[in-house]
Design a protein around this ligand. Structure first.
Ligand code: IMP
Length: 188
């Protein structure tokens, strides 16, 4: 593949797109086994989960549906505010459904823990979490991620849906930016 024009901003590729694709194939196979006979509803958290959702759903060999929610826990900076707001709610009624939350990254866990609680209150038949990346050293609340892609160290990562100040989501690899990139944009 042609090298991305964003690569000069990248200090290090932590997880290559080939590794990501291989892992997503495995996770898709596990989900296919675990939900055999069901019609799961995958719920993506905007906007970061759009990329993993697109690849994951094509690796699940079952009839399934997707829906999206937008919640905000971050401003344009790189640290958690702890404030979670629903900006866009689901279109689907999840009562009695087998729901799988699809997230890009679990950092402090605050976002997912809030989302999990608010979805459980709507009485789904089951509720599990799939996250491509986790930063365990940053966790502030316990969160059970049944389908997990990769662990990364305590670094701010971008690419494969993850942004810094709105950009870099379209990088195919998961990368760490050069320090001089932070603060150079419009935001924090
Ligand atoms: P949490 O509530 O702290 O677990 O944060 C979850 C959200 O913060 C993710 O869905 C991302 O949008 C954002 N986030 C956390 N860490 C990173 C990172 O390293 N890169 C990009 N976004 C991140």
């Amino acid at each position: 593949m042609k090298m991305s024009s964003m690569m000069p901003d990248v200090r290090e590729v932590l997880i290559s797109s080939e590794e990501i694709q291989a892992r997503i194939r495995q996770i898709g196979e596990r989900i296919t086994e675990d939900y055999r006979g069901e019609r799961p509803l995958l719920i993506g958290v905007l906007r970061g989960a759009v990329v993993v959702m697109g690849d994951l759903m094509r690796n699940i060999d079952l009839p399934c549906e997707i829906d999206f929610m937008d919640i905000s826990s971050y401003g344009s900076g790189t640290s958690s505010s702890g404030v979670v707001r629903i900006l866009k709610d689901l279109e689907e009624d999840i009562t009695g459904r087998h729901v799988l939350i699809v997230e890009d990254i679990v950092d402090t866990g605050l976002t997912l823990s809030y989302l999990r609680r608010s979805l459980l209150a709507r009485n789904p038949a089951s509720l599990e979490i799939c996250a491509l990346v986790t930063k365990p050293s940053r966790r502030r609340v316990e969160i059970d991620v049944k389908y997990l892609g990769f662990e990364v160290p305590d670094e701010f990562v971008v690419g494969y849906g993850l942004d810094y100040d709105g950009a870099y989501r379209n990088l195919p690899d998961i990368c760490v930016l050069k320090p001089e990139v932070f603060g150079a944009g419009s935001g924090g």
